[in-house]
Design a protein around this ligand. Sequence first.
Ligand code: SF4
Length: 68
Amino acid sequence: MYRNNVIMRIIVSNRCVGCGACSTISPEVFEISGNSAIANQTKISGHEESCIDAALNCPVNAIKIDEY
Ligand code: SF4
């Protein structure tokens, strides 16, 4: 589990330009649909590190990560 008892949730904002970087970095979680990315929340567990990488590499800073 990603850190102890921490669950990650990802929000892709409408700033997304559909470049595909996130789905290349974390293909298990991110998918491009039309001109923007979708994050599959049910696939995040076990792929948290690549989600953080995707967020850091998004050219328009469209990926927001919440933890709870
Ligand atoms: S990396 Fe950012 S801009 Fe590119 S598809 Fe993913 S969320 Fe959209």
